[in-house]
Every structure is written in structure tokens, then in C-alpha cells.
Write a protein that binds this ligand. Structure first.
Ligand code: CA
Length: 230
């Protein structure tokens, strides 16, 4: 508790409403209204979580996110993006910027606080039970211990969620995994009830694209989930 949360939001009434409610829950909000101040403030304040609006003066949210993830001092701080439309949210996740979650405006305070709690718990929580350290299928090689994936022998850049999804799918021995099960593996048990299962589809979509031809190994099982064809 008492975790510091950096809130980057130019709409002052939203910023104040969110800050008020964060305080009420025992968090310590730090407010920034201009995107260009966000990276430095994050490096200085070291918040436990960043709530980042997408449309900002100075620097927009995607650029702020990119800079935060590129800086060793802030790269590991979880980020929840605040976006105006769910189509923007898909884009944010699809860009592979490393945001952990998103909330679409207008959001309810209750929903936002649930996401905040879930992301913080996940960041602090114990790791999921260990999967085999090295997994291989076709030209895909996954090394769980080194958090590395190679495709045809070359390193493949995946976001943390794409990596966790691929690991869960490859470790499942061809069994079908429901979207809920995949949410649990990649986002944590506590978060699974609070994040939309559609989020899994978005990340599986970007993962498939990055895997190229090997992406066909991830098979959609209609109205159930996904299966990995080794
Ligand atoms: Ca804005």
C-alpha cells in the first residue's frame, strides 16, 4: 500500500477526479499534465505504476511509453494506457509498446481502481509455476529462463505479454487453452477476472504476425480459446 502512482493526463478534471480516488484508496498520486515532463518525472519519482493518457500535449502517450520502456530506470514500471476509443486501445497494444493494460474513456472509477490493483498485485506477486525452460516447435525456440525467443535462429522481439502467451501455448502439449486460462498465465490469476478476454485475442493477433508462417501453429478453437500445434 501507499504506492506512488504517476498520472499523466492533460484533462485536469479527469486528473483531479482520478487523483482524489487514488488517494482515497491509499495510493500517492503524482500528477503531470504535459507528456514531455513524464519520462523525467517517472525516472525521478520511481512510481509503482504509471497511468498514461494517449492524447497529450508535448509528447503523445505512445511516444512517452516508448521512452519509458527504453530507459533502464523506468522500463520495468507497469503502464496502464488511458484511451478514448477501444480501436485506439487495439492500436496501442498492437504497437507492442509494452503497456500492460488499457482503460477506455469514459471509464468508471471502480473499473480503473480494479485495473490498478490488478496490475500492482501482478507486479508484486509470485511467479506462475515454472514451465519447462526450453521449448521448441518447428523453427520457434523459446528459452523461458533467458526470456528469449528465436525464429529460424534469429532473436524475435516480443512484448512481455506475447512472450507469456507463447510460453503458455507451447507448454500446453497441444491442449486447448481457454482465453481465461491464457489471461491467468500471462496476466496473473487476480487480474484474469478484471481484464476483458478480447485482450487475449489482440495479443495473439500480434504474436501470430511476428511469428510469420509459424504463426499458423496457433489455432483458434471457436468460442473456446487457442491451441498450439507443435
Ligand atoms: Ca488527453
Amino acid at each position: 500500500m501507499n504506492e506512488k502512482i504517476l498520472l499523466v493526463e492533460d484533462e485536469r478534471d479527469i486528473a483531479q477526479m482520478v487523483a482524489y480516488n487514488l488517494k482515497k484508496e491509499g495510493y500517492r498520486p503524482v500528477l503531470v499534465h504535459d507528456g514531455s515532463f513524464a519520462p523525467l518525472t517517472a525516472a525521478k519519482e520511481k512510481p509503482a505504476l504509471i497511468l498514461l493518457d494517449l492524447m497529450l500535449p508535448g509528447l503523445d502517450g505512445t511516444e512517452v511509453c516508448r521512452r519509458l520502456k527504453a530507459d533502464a530506470r523506468t522500463a520495468r514500471i507497469p503502464i496502464i494506457m488511458l484511451t478514448a476509443k477501444s480501436s485506439e486501445s487495439d492500436k496501442v497494444l498492437g504497437l507492442g509498446l509494452g503497456a500492460d493494460d488499457y482503460v477506455t474513456k469514459p471509464f468508471s472509477v471502480k473499473e480503473l481502481l480494479a485495473r490498478v490493483q490488478a496490475v500492482l498485485r501482478r507486479a508484486a506477486g509470485p511467479e506462475a509455476p515454472a514451465a519447462p525452460e526450453k521449448l521448441k516447435a518447428g523453427t520457434i525456440e523459446l528459452d523461458a529462463a533467458r526470456v528469449e525467443v528465436k525464429l529460424k535462429g534469429s532473436p524475435l522481439e516480443l512484448t512481455s505479454k506475447e512472450f507469456e502467451l507463447l510460453k503458455a501455448l507451447m507448454a500446453s502439449d497441444g491442449r486447448v487453452l481457454t482465453r481465461e486460462a491464457l489471461l491467468e498465465r500471462a496476466w496473473g490469476v487476480d487480474a484474469a477476472s478484471e481484464i476483458e478476454t478480447r485482450t487475449v485475442d489482440v495479443h495473439v493477433g500480434t504474436l501470430r504476425k511476428k511469428l510469420g508462417r509459424e504463426g499458423a501453429r496457433i489455432i483458434t478453437v471457436k468460442s473456446y480459446g487457442y491451441r498450439f500445434e507443435a
